[in-house]
Design a protein around this ligand. Structure first.
Ligand SMILES: [Ca+2]
Ligand SMILES: [Ca+2]
Length: 322
């Protein structure tokens, strides 16, 4: 019985040792298979020594964990790599790289168009203006010459600015539109007509403002001023005058320059022969700038009725409005 127990114990020891060896060999094989590719980096010799060292009984588990950890790290690394690749691919699908047209944000000004030279956006003179057959598209320049369209005037100015052979006369760098329509002898504005003209302009301004309000083309601020003009007769002309003056003052320097008068002067010249002398009368001190007081005075309005209520003031300095 005792012999049997001793024998069983011996057998158990042998089995245990045999299993240990098998485990170590198995671990070694697994480890070798995994680390083959990176054998130089993983200090393979140390690992083999550890595996073959019988004194490492207690550290078998630790060794196993080390291998696991190495493999785990490798797996995590690989998973991360796959995940980031997948994420990049998905991102490309969801947010494809959009080719941004460099011309999209380019403002070239009248008579010029944006042109791509390779990847560089450049403003060039418009190569061709649309063929205009409608006589109403013709324009009269400051040189009293009729041109087929505003486009052709701006194109010509650009060609002269850039010293292009298409420039017909170097002085055309100063070419601009005086009024829309063919050049013609402008009828003289009689004193009688001129006397009545401010009232006509007042009416016209209010009607334009009302039209824009009906078409919902005014800002909220000017909508309010229009509503006030509709319901309050004393505000009617003043509000329309202030609105137009603010509207003309494109650079918001609180004065309307000759250039800024263009939007009302050029289209009306052919229709209203008094508009040019009228606008002249709006700048009595001849400094080429029309202040709100000058504007009001030439429209026959009381300066005390005119508040500088431009929309941009309301937006930036609300406390000035009162
Ligand atoms: Ca201005
Ligand atoms: Ca002035």
């Amino acid at each position: 019985m005792a012999i049997n127990i001793v024998a069983r114990c011996e057998f158990s020891k042998i089995l245990k040792r045999s299993m240990k060896w098998s485990l170590i060999l198995l671990l070694g094989l697994v480890a070798l298979a995994h680390v083959r590719a990176e054998v130089e980096e993983l200090d393979n010799e140390d690992l083999l020594e550890e595996l073959l060292d019988l004194e490492l009984d207690e550290s078998e588990e630790e060794l196993l964990r080390q291998f696991e950890e190495k493999n785990l790290n490798k797996d995590v690394e690989r998973e991360n790599e796959i995940a980031s690749k997948l994420a990049a691919d998905t991102n490309n699908i969801l947010n494809p790289v959009v080719e941004i047209d460099p011309c999209e944000k380019m403002h070239c000004g009248a008579g010029r168009v944006c042109h791509l030279e390779g990847v560089t956006a450049k403003c060039i003179c418009i190569p061709e203006c649309p063929d205009e057959v409608d006589a109403r598209r013709r324009v009269c320049t400051n040189k009293n010459e009729t041109w087929p369209s505003d486009c052709s005037v701006y194109q010509q100015r650009c060609l002269c600015d850039t010293k292009d052979p298409g420039c017909l006369n170097p002085s055309n760098t100063h070419l601009h539109i005086d009024y829309y329509g063919e050049c013609h002898e402008l009828k003289e504005c009689t004193e009688e007509e001129m006397k009545d003209f401010p009232r006509r302009v007042r009416d016209w301004l209010f009607n334009v403002m009302r039209d824009l309000a009906e078409r919902d083309e005014l800002t909220e601020h000017y909508m309010q001023m229009e509503l006030e003009a509709e319901t309050n007769m004393t505000r009617r002309w003043a509000n329309a005058a202030v609105w137009k003056w603010c509207d003309l003052d494109g650079d918001t320097d609180r004065s309307v320059s000759r250039h800024e008068l263009f939007p009302i002067r050029a289209p009306l010249m052919s229709l209203e022969h008094c508009i040019a002398p009228f606008l002249e009368s709006c700048d009595p001190n001849k400094d080429h700038r029309i202040t709100l007081v000058e504007w009001g005075a030439c429209l026959g309005l009381d300066p005390s009725d005119l508040n500088e209520r431009c929309d941009d003031i309301q937006k930036s300095v609300p406390h000035l409005l009162g």
